[in-house]
Design a protein around this ligand. Sequence first.
Ligand code: AQP
Length: 335
Amino acid sequence: MAENRIFSGVQPTGNLHLGNYLGAVKRFVDLQEKNAECIYCLVDLHAITNWQEPKDLTENTLEVAAAFLACGLREKTSIIFNQSQVKAHSELAWIFNCVARIGWMNRMTQFKEKAGKNKEAASLGLYCYPALMAADILAYHATHVPVGEDQKQHLELTRDIALKFNNDFKVPNFFPVPEPIIEGTATRVMSLRDGTKKMSKSEASDMSRINLTDEIDLIARKIQKAKTDAFEIPEKREDLINRPEAENLLTIFSSLTNKSLDETIKIFCGSDFKRLKTELADLLIEELKPINQEVKKLLKDKTYLKSVLKEGSEKARVIADPILEKTFEIIGMVK
Ligand code: AQP
């Protein structure tokens, strides 16, 4: 078993936004630079738990692959691939569907949020999404999983599945119990239109999020139009209670400058939002402009992007296939 093996995934369901970037992809790059063994997956099987136009799924998969590379992931250092090309994910997911309990799934808040009021019409895949996520991680015996705050509950379920499997089949430590890495100041970036909601790809208003592919004038406009309140920036963090929009903008600023929220509050205390918004827009443009340009450049060479994913899936299979085989053997499947 690897000492430290990192696994994480991103759904190719549209443009990556600032939440995906600060909460996940930027952390992926940090871990890569720490020489950890990193496996980063475009989780296309997760994406289809909600309807995706086939043409869009293809384009979005290549676009997220381009964004990974543009943000600093290197295909020779990290394993980068799309989930559907490594069959171990879906095969192990079936096994975990039989390990996980319906009561566990019923507690998942993300299903409740995504299914909305009409649960009967949601796909069965959306319901058992966390078992597939457990398979993604455990198919590699991954030990650490960098994610945003919203994935914490799914990670806990992955840990429960690993423990139950090891216990049911009396194979202590066969599946490692993975640790979440939820680090940095921006583990939950909020919508620019409503500071109580997570920034998300599926939110109807494009003004609610900064996309990694937004042009610079659009980034500036989105920040200028971001919802705020009528008060000044306070002196203390405690005074941000019930001011989610103010807290969100200050948190994004902190994350981009590697400062703590307290340090950022000191910089802006007493000023109005105009100054914060201007400085924040400048920072975002400085950070995202090179990524945006690189994504556009990479998307001109789809053959190259496909070759990155193909090579990545070959490397991923080398790790996952023997773990799946061993799992079948433990369960008692005849070969
Ligand atoms: N707002 C966020 N703040 C911090 N981290 C976030 N992540 C997502 N939104 C935020 C993290 O990004 C990684 C990839 O997420 P995903 O694409 O797999 O799925 P998601 O969480 O469902 O992302 P979206 O944008 O909200 O998509 P939709 O709208 O389709 O549901 C994960 O590590 C996640 O924590």
